[in-house]
Ligand binder design. Sequence first.
Ligand SMILES: Cc1ncc(COP(=O)(O)O)c(C=O)c1O
Length: 387
Amino acid sequence: MDFETRAARGGRDVPSASRPLTPPIYQTNVYVFEDMDTVESVWEGKTSGFVYGRYGTANHAMLEDLVAGLEGAEAAVACASGMGATTALLLGLFTAGDHIVSARDLYGSTTAFLDDEGRRLGIDTVFVDATDPALLLGALRPNTRAVFVESLSNPLLRMVDLETVAAPLAARGIDLIVDSSLASPAVMRPLEHGATIVMHSLTKFISGHGDVTGGIVLGSKATMDRVRAAMIRSGTNLGPFDAWLATRGARTLSVRVERQSANALALARFLEAHPAVERVYYPGLDSHPQRALAKRQMPGPSGAILSLDLRGGALAVERFMKRSRLMEFAPSFADVATTWTYPARTSHRRLSDETKREIGIGPGLIRVSVGLEKVEDLIGDMKEALA
Ligand SMILES: Cc1ncc(COP(=O)(O)O)c(C=O)c1O
């Protein structure tokens, strides 16, 4: 073969009698076939195999298999981001004329997406205080197809009594969709409490190292087939390297979250006793208004996220930002490093001051994502920042 051909074709298939312990990254956007029968049977899903990058690679299949195992789901669909997962869900499962009942406490972009794009597609969403099962069930209409809630809400760590609402919803054939990004399957597994669909921003705890943007939807095989078709057609697919990174991150999820939760509980107890702090929101504290529900739905660790109201409002928040050395201001969560954010100016900035007040997001509210540092160092930094 000539030089050009050797460059284009050489080195592709190196034989090996062994296989790598860590799966490789399938950084390819298409697969090669040897005969038409295989093309047909892989395309039709009769033989396991891969076709084209947007449809998924072995890295996607490995990630989906792993996270489905963690959540106890039959099937999963990896997506480009948490919002990509919500997009695939909406496009895959809903039709113009459908109605969704959603929690008022939702990640800001999810609320905006349902309220704006969803409504323009003819899907009507009503937002209610989902901590009250009667209010949630009272909002159902004959055309309600799903209820959409967060397992632990962002940023006030509110919860929905999944078991109480699951049975009446199931009786009416209404899906219970839970965004469990803030909890992670190491803290709560909503399918065990009656949810029918779970989604995650993989960007958060499952990948866990601040280096992936991704999402995943989980549920029954039949439902995930519809979500997968929408993901493929809308192009909300994850890249293979991100799928590989998320898989690697997920392997240490339980030890990370266990340690992060222990740090968060110690920090929450310290903050609760501090005079500069008006209130602490953490489901592991006895002062959490839904503590009994938290114990039932999250019998293990209580998670790595806590929020607090600083006395002194916005001015106190600015001083806190200048004085903290260890805790970085970063508008995300779930990293191994402790970070904090200010919902009034980040995730919930779109909301009017009145709505913010109504849902409890005050000018002194900050959300902390607790990392893996030594807890004494975190408490020391917190003391300094609050002084
Ligand atoms: C609870 C929750 N759901 C979904 C998302 C969206 O995820 P992504 O940023 O990966 O699109 C976020 C992002 O912060 C979130 O906090």
